[in-house]
Design a protein around this ligand. Structure first.
Ligand code: SF4
Length: 360
């Protein structure tokens, strides 16, 4: 794995059968958009997310009845860690813990007096569950808002530490924190401030990011900037779209930063007046073959698809393997060195075969 060598040192936290923080790879998570009372629908969407490569699935739990879906999912073979997302009512957290949730997302400052916080802490301790504190700009505590006058990055970080202190009071440190701000810049700033103040693993995401295209752009900017700083242990790309898209885009962000253990990172040129092959269609074809599983990789591979033989191999010298097109023909190259000439019409097939041969 190509890995960020300056990654922030964080506590390693166990969530079901995976861990986050410490040396664990950055985990991809998503959230079901099915009605949590509809256990069958939740099972179907969880299965789709697992197939897409999701590591952690979160469910909104609006009442105690909905908590029973955790038991249903576990009874039906779901092994991926499940997170119960709870607002305000500590009794739902107790129910979710008893029904098999692997993590509880709740803000201790929002559930009432110490006895309630202690009850949630005890239940999580008994079942070995971490708690995720989730701070966002729309729900800052009045005393913090009064101090800062607005939901600034400093205010958000202080709110996160305030909630953590309420758990630490009961010697509970099995904690993950997320801070989501309404703008990308504030989200980045708030997480940087928080990263300096604690060693809890951080869950990164840009909230209300938007539809698939713009939401992905905002998420890539916010999550990507922090991952480049070595900050971030689990990520969620929030999109107004099918959650399977969230998982795909989260993996794309990790792949772009070379934080993925396996998969294809396509490097392709924008084409120009020198291009004599239908490169755009060829890249689409290659990506669809990757999506279909025609290409087998046991590591992260940089694959170049370039528009011309003159500049392509040199421009894509960093790629593990690639093709560059000429007039009616193409060349296959490795690390910038041309290996052989191939007919342009067979270039994508040859590329797929050569990658699979590399993996044998
Ligand atoms: S690789 Fe060749 S075709 Fe592609 S942009 Fe560069 S010069 Fe143009």
């Amino acid at each position: 794995m190509t890995y960020n060598t300056n990654r922030r040192k964080t506590k390693n936290i166990r969530i079901g059968n995976i861990s986050i923080g410490g040396d664990a790879p950055v985990a991809v998570q998503s959230m079901l958009c099915t009605d949590t009372h509809d256990a069958e629908a939740c099972l179907a969407q969880t299965t789709a997310l697992v197939d897409a490569g999701c590591d952690i699935v979160r469910l909104a739990v609006p009442d105690r009845e909905a908590a029973k879906t955790f038991a249903f999912l576990k009874e039906h073979g779901v092994t991926i860690p499940l997170v119960a997302d709870i607002h305000f009512d500590y009794r739902i957290a107790l129910e979710a813990a008893a029904c098999g949730a692997d993590k509880i997302r709740i803000n201790p400052g929002n559930i009432g007096d110490d006895d309630r916080v202690r009850a949630v802490v005890n239940a999580c301790r008994e079942h070995g569950l971490p708690i995720r504190i989730g701070v966002n700009s729309g729900s800052l505590e009045k005393h913090i808002l009064a101090k800062y006058g607005a939901p600034t990055a400093e205010a958000l970080a202080e709110s996160a530490m305030y909630h953590a202190a309420l758990l630490e009071k009961f010697d509970f440190t099995n904690i993950v924190i997320s801070i989501k701000a309404s703008t990308v810049r504030e989200m980045i700033r708030a997480n940087r401030i928080l990263a300096d103040k604690c060693d809890y693993p951080l869950h990164l995401g840009v909230t209300e990011a938007g539809t698939a295209h713009m939401g992905t752009v905002k998420s890539a900017a916010g999550i990507g900037a922090l991952l480049c700083d070595g900050i971030g242990d689990t990520i969620r790309v929030s999109l107004t779209a099918d959650p399977v898209e969230e998982v795909k885009e989260a993996h794309n962000i990790l792949r772009a930063l070379e934080l993925e253990e396996t998969g294809i990172n396509v490097v392709s040129c924008p084409t120009c007046g020198r291009t004599q092959i239908p490169l755009i269609d060829m890249v689409k074809e290659f990506e669809s073959r990757v999506a279909k599983g025609d290409v087998k990789t046991d590591r992260c591979l940089r694959v170049a698809m370039m528009g011309c033989i003159v500049n392509g191999p040199g421009e894509a010298r960093e790629a593990d393997i690639g093709i560059a097109g000429g007039k009616d023909e193409a060349v296959l190259f490795r690390h910038g060195e041309i290996v052989k000439k191939i007919p342009a019409a067979a270039a994508v097939d040859t590329l797929v075969d050569e990658i699979n041969a590399l993996m044998r």
